[in-house]
Write a new protein. Structure first.
Length: 272
């Protein structure tokens, strides 16, 4: 009987040993996994920091590249092209602002002038025209001012003032055209000078080596590229300004015709 109890005790101890071993191994595994997770977290944080630091570097790289290429292209030849671009853009901004303010709702304006003309006469219509801006308002005001001299003078005054206003709309546009032609010419001038420098280096060294001619050729290419880019930018705005001028002139012509019809009707009503 004692042998049976002893055998049962041995079997129970044998079954409990793996459970104790597993319980002892579990904390060890947990302790081993904790440093691994900490390492992964630190690696992720380091990667995020690297990406955040790389973002400003990428943003500022365009400015750095421009400065580098500007210096490599020789500021003596790159600066005139840059100056032409800056002055050309200044003229473009001035023309865009002027043409934007010169645009108006001509239909609404003419309806207000007609209502004032029928209600208060020429003086009331002139007051309405004086309070509005734009070339159409100027045409109407001058036409009303010469109404007392007859319809022929109204027509002639509109034609004369229309020519003056058209000249105002096209003012300084020729300067933009000049800068468009001048920018690539300055770039080509830098190209010729760069090639001359390259051949001077070859002549001085008495040998053709890529390192000798690379500097001159780089100046030649960079000045040409910069000049062409400046010309293309100004060309886009030049065409935009011409389109705006054409649109305003067409509206002026339509408004002048409508105004003359209005004045003829008013003249008939008043028996002149």
């Amino acid at each position: 009987m004692k042998k049976v109890f002893a055998s049962a005790l041995l079997v129970a101890m044998a079954l409990q040993a793996p459970v104790f071993a597993q319980d002892a191994a579990a904390p060890a595994a947990t302790e081993t996994a904790a440093p691994a997770e900490a390492t992964d977290t630190a690696a992720a944080a380091a990667e995020e920091t690297t990406e955040a630091a790389a973002a400003p570097a990428e943003e500022s790289s365009y400015t750095q590249v421009f400065k580098k290429k500007f210096i490599e292209g020789d500021p003596i030849w790159m600066a005139p092209v840059l100056l032409v671009l800056i002055v050309g853009l200044a003229v473009v901004i001035e023309r865009l602002l002027y043409l934007t303010f010169a645009s108006s709702n001509n239909a609404k304006f003419l309806s207000e002038v007609e209502a004032a003309l029928n209600k208060g006469g020429v003086d009331a219509a002139m007051k309405v025209a004086y309070e509005h801006r734009g070339p159409v308002a100027t045409l109407v005001y001058q036409g009303l001012a010469h109404y007392g001299e007859g319809m022929d003078m109204v027509d002639k005054s509109i034609v004369a003032v229309g020519s003056v206003e058209n000249g105002k709309l096209e003012r300084n546009i020729t300067w933009i055209a000049l800068f468009i032609a001048l920018a690539p010419m300055l770039g080509f001038l830098g190209t010729v000078v760069g090639m001359i420098q390259a051949f001077d280096a070859i002549e001085a060294a008495g040998d053709i080596s890529p390192t000798l001619v690379a500097g001159g050729i780089k100046v030649a290419l960079l000045t040409t590229v910069f000049g062409l880019i400046a010309a293309m930018i100004l060309q886009v705005f030049y065409n935009l300004i011409l389109s705006m001028v054409d649109g305003i002139v067409n509206k002026m012509e339509d408004a002048s015709i409508s105004f003359l019809d209005m004045m003829i009707s008013f003249d008939k009503k008043n028996g002149k």
